[in-house]
Structure formats: C-alpha cells, structure tokens
Design a protein. Structure first.
Length: 615
C-alpha cells in the first residue's frame, strides 16, 4: 500500500488505547501500559512506516483545546462517554503498513542491464572457468547473448574447480517459512477479544485509505471479526480483474476499481477521496494477536509486491529483447527471453525459460504425482530429466528454486522423497495418516505409530490407519464404526423429519401453532400435513373442515391437528424407513464386519423416547 503522510491531527483517544500519561512536552518513550490523561491532547505527527511490535514515540504537548469549531485539529471530548466505533470515525488519518523497511516503489523497477556481464553468464553456466569466460566476453564485445550461444553450442568447455554460486533470484516466502501461532486465514482459529475488534477496524482504515468506516465494519463482520481475512477480501477487490500493471498500481494507491462500486461493493463503503494521510503511533499495548497478524498480512503483501515487481520487470525486459533481438531462444516454446529468465540442464546445457520448466514440473507433480519415467532405468524418475529429445540430464537445485514458487518446490521435494523411499525398498515403513510423515518402524510387530513430528504427535494403527484402538482389533473397530454410522443415519433422518421445506424456495421451517395452511415468505402456500404445494386459488378446499372427521373417506388433510402428534408420526415413519435402508446396505457389504452386523436392530421407538441415550 502507498505510504500515508500528511498534516498532523490531534486526537484525544479513550482509555481503551492505553496511551501513557505524559506530564512533559517533547518525545516520550512508552514502556508500559498506562491510562490516558483525560485532560491531555495528544498530537499525532507524521512518521515513516514502523513495526507494530516495537515501542514507538508520540509528540505529547500540553495545550489548550482549540475553540474554533472547524479548527486545524479534530478533538474528542472524553468528558462524555464515547463508543469505540465513534473513536474510529473521528480518526481522520492512519498509519501505512507497519514495517521496518521502505515499501516497494510504485514505479516499475529499473532494468538489470547495469549488472555485470560476467555474472549474467554465470546465471546460465555457473560451472564455466573464470578466465575462459572473461576471454569470451572480451572477444565478443561483452555480448551476453553471443557468449551464451557459443557456450551452448560447445560439447564441452573449461570448467571451474569450485566457485561460490552467484545469488539466486529465488526468494522463499516469509509468510510460508515462518511458523505462526494461529492460522490467520481461518475464522475459527482464535476468538477475537478485548481491544482486538476496535484496533482491527482502525488498522483496516489505515491500510485502505479509500475504505469508509462502514465498509471496514461490514468486512470485519463478514469475516467474523478477523483482521487478516477481512484484509484479504478487501485486497482482492482492490486488485480487480485488470492486468498485472493495473493491479500493482491500485494496490499501491489503495483505490477500488470503479467498475465494482455499486455492483460488488456498496457505495457507502467507499470514500470519494482518500483519508487524510497522517500516522498513528502504535505502542506496545497493541493487541498481541493483532500485532502478529499485522506481520503476517504485511509479509504476504510484501511478497506479492516483490513477485509482481519482478514479473513486471521480466515483462519489460522481454519487450526490450523482442524489440532489439537480444533474447535467448527457449528450446521448449521457441520464444526468446532475457538471459536472466533462462535455466539449463546440468550436462548438455539445454536452455529453457523459467515458465516452461515451471509448467513441466507442475504438470507432473500435480497431474500424475511423479516426476516422469527415467529414460535409462525405465522406472519412475527420482529427479526431473531434461525434456529436450533423449537428453537424460537433470536440473540443479539452483535452477529449480529459480523457476518454482515456494509451494511448488515443497511439493516437488515431497514427491521426490516418496519415490526415493519406494524404490529403496525400505521395510517396515509406515505413514502418519494425519501429516503423511513417513517413519521406519522399530520392528515388524509394532502396531501403534506415534508420529515424531512435534506439531502432530498423532497415534494411529499401523494396519488400518485409524486412531490407535488398542486393545481392540481392527475388525472390531470397523464393526463399531459401521454400527455407529447406521444409528447416526437413523437419528439424522428422524431429526430431518420434523423440519419442513418450502417446495418452491426450499427454505426450512417448523410450525409452532395455528392451522395447517402455511404461507412461506416467498408467497407459496403449503400444507403442513402432506408437505405439498397448494396451487388452488381457494387454498382452504385442500383441507377437511368437517368436525370430528377421521379423514379416511374424504381423503383430505385436516385443517387443525396437534403439532406434537404430527411430528412424532412423521419422525417415526422417517426413522423406520432409514433403518430399513441401513439394513439393506449392510446386506450388500461382503466384509467380515458387514456380515457380523446383519442382525443389527436399531430401535426407532427407543431413539424417539430418549434421543440423547446411546447404546
């Protein structure tokens, strides 16, 4: 997001923010959580972006409150009770992203043409001899494309004994690499308490200068009060459906695409002009969960900005290569790319673009679950082989990390490990059913596997993969599961029988009192007894209105009935029908546990008498 800067505002906040009680003019370092001085005015001045977990300073000054109703400052009078949401509404500015580093510039990064020609060639041929490479560059006027072509055409070239490889362009995602306390993208991972909701609402106003207070509150409500989930939803709306350059520019400014306002996004949730660009100094009293969540969101956003800037730079370099004809041809797609976007196989030096290598690997590991067939051994390959003709060379780890995203690289390593273990023929191998961690058992008689992963520690049965059920045998557990499943099926059918659904809009309902002619909110007329839709213009003709009629000859539904008796009858009929279906399903089960359950008797009447009792 763009850095927010502007004129200072004076905001006298509530005690919920816990700003220190400063008694002198100047900068005050906050080291503890203290209460506000209700008669003190806090001046919030401009500062660069900062980390929310650090202690920050504010400029606290004793001064008289401005008497002008429309003066320079916004003042909150704490002598009157103030709801936290009103404080949010009075905050006219906000802090940009909380970070210790400068944000990614809004403009596209400059070209990498100023880099050393020597290092550019090393990115493709990292094992070439230094002296030989410098000689080629000198003889060919420092033309990287010509030197790369010469090296690629040579069957062999002088190689260096040992060299520290130049730094790779691949960067691991900080968000994926760090272990977080909670799954911040889940609304069920933790419960927001205390000042969290109020501070999260303020933070959304800080991050998105075109978002109104009503919009921040609405997105937080939709996200069950979770800041990271709400931030992600808003960010997706800001990105919109345009090109990469448009998305990059909008994310930097925080402006919503005009096409979604009034359609996807309510106009009252968007400001016509950005909020005043001032900074709020967060102190150490910031909610601990929210502080970590801000780091999580900032890490994801910063990684997206870096990756997008890199992609835009590659697009710009590609345009220059196409215009000047200085690119290197990919042997897969036959298109020309800058030398920085090329990778090579280890032995033959066949050149491919990063996108082709990425697509090849993703097709294999996500499509077939392996790395293809080794052309030499005719078995599953443990490494990706070059896809140029009959070449059996592989790709270095550096090339893979350069071309693959972090998650794809993790999947590649996992598939490679599984194939290696499978071909090694390791005996007594077991897999944790929860985290898929593979373990070599201490003996062939071991029946319980305790996962050694500290974050898992799941105990499972080696034979059936279910949770540890010692001393029961696997077939006994399976029999118990099927029996429990059958009873659960009957209970669910009994519960569903009490609930009616509108035949027109499928909205569920139950009747508390009154006659059996039900009018749904969609306008449909329904009979509560037979559950059918009444289409007649005179709906009461569907019901028998003769007193004391038993309805055996008239074949009409009664207009008035006792709801408890109707529900009990419908629930029993549904339970008996579900029990019959369970028995028919067990008769088709040919397993040992299925044959033992052929005499299973589910007492529907007992379930109706005491639904909470379990056999």
């Amino acid at each position: 997001m763009a850095s927010l800067r502007g004129s200072p505002d004076i905001v006298d906040l509530t005690t919920d923010y816990g700003i220190a009680n400063s008694t002198h003019v100047g900068r005050t370092q906050f080291a503890s959580r203290q209460a506000f001085n209700r008669n003190e005015v806090i001046a919030i001045d401009d500062e660069p972006r900062r980390d929310p977990t650090q202690q920050y300073t504010v400029k606290a000054k004793k001064r008289k409150r401005p008497t002008e109703p429309h003066g320079r400052y916004d003042v909150v009078d704490l002598r009157q009770p103030l709801h936290p949401s009103e404080v949010v509404d009075l905050i006219s500015g906000g802090m940009a992203h909380l970070s210790n580093q400068n944000p990614v510039a809004a403009s596209i990064p400059t070209s990498a043409s100023d880099n050393s020609y020597f290092n550019q060639v090393l990115q493709v041929f990292p094992d070439v001899n230094d002296a030989y490479l410098r000689k080629l560059l000198a003889e060919n006027g420092n033309s990287v494309a010509v030197v790369v072509s010469l090296l690629a055409d040579q069957s062999s070239y002088p190689k260096a004994d040992h060299r520290k490889l130049p730094p790779s362009d691949a960067t691991l995602v900080a968000v994926e690499g760090k272990k977080w306390t909670y799954d911040f993208m889940s609304t069920e991972s933790f419960e927001s308490k205390g000042h969290y909701h109020q501070q999260a609402q303020v933070q959304l106003l800080i991050d998105f200068p075109y978002l109104s207070k009503a919009g921040a509150l609405a997105f937080l409500t939709q996200s069950k009060g979770h800041y990271a989930v709400a931030h992600d939803r808003i960010l997706q709306l800001v990105k919109g459906q345009g090109g990469l350059q448009e998305q990059y520019t909008r994310v930097q400014s925080g402006m919503f695409p005009p096409t979604i306002i009034g359609n996807v996004l309510s106009p009252k949730h968007v400001l016509r002009r950005p909020r005043k660009k001032s900074a709020i100094y967060h102190t150490s009293i910031l909610d601990g969960v929210l502080a970590e969540e801000c780091q999580y969101v900032l890490g994801k956003l910063s990684e997206w900005e870096r990756q997008t800037a890199k992609d835009l730079l590659r697009m710009k370099q590609k345009e220059v290569c196409d215009r000047e004809g200085t690119g290197v041809e990919c042997l897969c797609c036959c298109d020309s790319y800058p030398i920085e976007d090329m990778v090579q196989c280890n032995d033959e030096g066949h050149l491919f673009c990063c996108e082709c290598l990425k697509q090849q690997i993703e097709t294999l590991i996500f499509g077939t679950g392996n790395l293809g067939v080794d052309r030499t051994t005719k078995k599953l390959a443990t490494e990706l082989q070059c896809f140029q003709g009959d070449c059996t060379s592989t790709f270095s780890r550096k090339c893979l990390e350069k071309a693959l995203p972090h998650k794809t690289m993790e999947k590649y390593d996992k598939v490679q490990f599984e194939i290696s273990v499978q071909q090694a023929g390791v005996e007594n191998m077991a897999v944790c059913p929860k985290c898929n961690y593979q373990v070599v058992l201490s003996s062939a008689d071991q029946r319980v596997l305790e996962c050694p992963v500290t974050t898992c520690r799941y105990e499972s049965c080696v034979l059936c993969g279910e949770a540890s059920h010692v001393p029961l045998r696997c077939e006994e557990v399976e029999k118990d599961k099927k029996e429990t499943s059958g009873r659960l099926t009957v209970e669910e059918a009994i519960s569903a029988a009490k609930i009616r659904h509108c035949p027109k809009c499928r909205k569920p309902f139950i009747k508390s009192d009154g006659c059996n002619k039900i009018v749904c909110g969609c306008g449909a007329k329904i009979c509560y007894v037979c559950r059918s839709l009444i289409t007649s213009s005179t709906p009461y003709t569907h019901f028998c209105q003769t007193p004391h009629c038993q309805h055996q000859r008239c074949n009409l539904c009664p207009l008035y009935t006792k709801d408890a008796e109707d529900d009990a009858r419908a629930m029993r009929e549904a339970g008996v029908q579900a029990a019959q279906q369970v028995r028919e399903k067990l008769q088709q089960d040919t397993s040992a546990s299925g044959r033992k359950l052929l005499d299973l008797n589910i007492d529907v009447d007992a379930i109706l008498r005491n639904p909470n009792q379990r056999p």
